[in-house]
Design a protein around this ligand. Structure first.
Ligand SMILES: Cc1cc2nc3c(=O)[nH]c(=O)nc-3n(C[C@H](O)[C@H](O)[C@H](O)COP(=O)(O)O)c2cc1C
Length: 219
């Protein structure tokens, strides 16, 4: 494998919000090969109960974006109340402000993003135990992340979003989704502008990884 390309794809597939090209249509064929790559992901018991709902209809996008925006307003209020009070000069404040302005931009402009892809899975796990929940979401989310990377490799930006799920039932009504399907995330999809995506700052793996027993540093 060409490790430079692999590393670039894995480390620079970012949430794209402000750099989505809202004026350029995304042809349906452009996402077909991405979905074909995505569904190579694993599923529990090889069940492959996934579905993908591609939404381009402007009225449906507007209706889903309205749900998202309603949910975002509640989320913003809750997050502001819970946020630690840091001075504006603190680098953590600055990093947080970057994400906040980007998230606000998406909430205000979601209806203008030319395509949404909602990932779904057959079944419901609200009342299930951890094993069932992990098996369930683990049968949808790896493919969704593969999809984000395949889109990125094809010049298409997206951002993992979940906020519309506060109103999942209303979204299902708008889109005709049967009751026994669960929506697992919504990817707004558009061509991205610019190419300078960079790896994000993360806590070093040395601080996150243990060997044999909890807390025993590996490196
Ligand atoms: C489970 C999950 C839910 C998320 N939900 C939203 C969302 O509803 N709206 C949004 O703008 N970003 C959402 N994000 C994106 C994160 O905010 C994003 O990953 C974070 O800003 C870090 O940016 P990066 O993806 O560029 O590293 C979500 C990400 C994950 C993994």
């Amino acid at each position: 494998m060409d490790m430079n390309t692999v590393e670039k794809l894995l480390t620079t597939t970012r949430s794209v919000r402000k750099r989505l090209d809202l004026d350029r249509e995304v042809p349906l064929d452009a996402v077909k090969s991405c979905l074909e790559m995505a569904i190579q992901a694993p599923t529990g018991s090889n069940s492959q109960q996934w579905r993908y709902l591609v939404i381009t209809d402007p009225e449906k996008r507007k209706a889903i974006a309205d749900l998202y925006s309603r949910s975002f307003k509640l989320y913003a209020k809750e997050s502001a109340a819970a946020a630690p009070k840091l001075p504006p000069t603190d680098p953590r404040s600055q990093r947080m402000m970057k994400v906040v302005t980007s998230a606000v931009y998406l909430a205000e402009n979601l209806h203008r993003v030319p395509m949404f892809i909602i990932t779904l899975l057959e079944g419901r796990v609200e009342k299930a135990d951890v094993l069932a929940q992990a098996s369930f979401y683990g049968s949808s989310l790896p493919a969704a992340w593969s999809l984000m990377m395949a889109l990125r490799a094809n010049g298409l930006g997206s951002a993992w979003t979940t906020l519309h799920l506060r109103y999942e039932k209303e979204a299902a009504g708008i889109l005709g989704i049967p009751d026994h399907y669960t929506q697992t995330c919504l990817l707004p999809v558009a061509y991205f502008k610019g190419e300078d995506f960079r790896p994000a700052k993360r806590v070093p793996v040395e601080q996150l990884t243990y060997l044999d027993s909890w807390g025993e540093k590996l490196w």
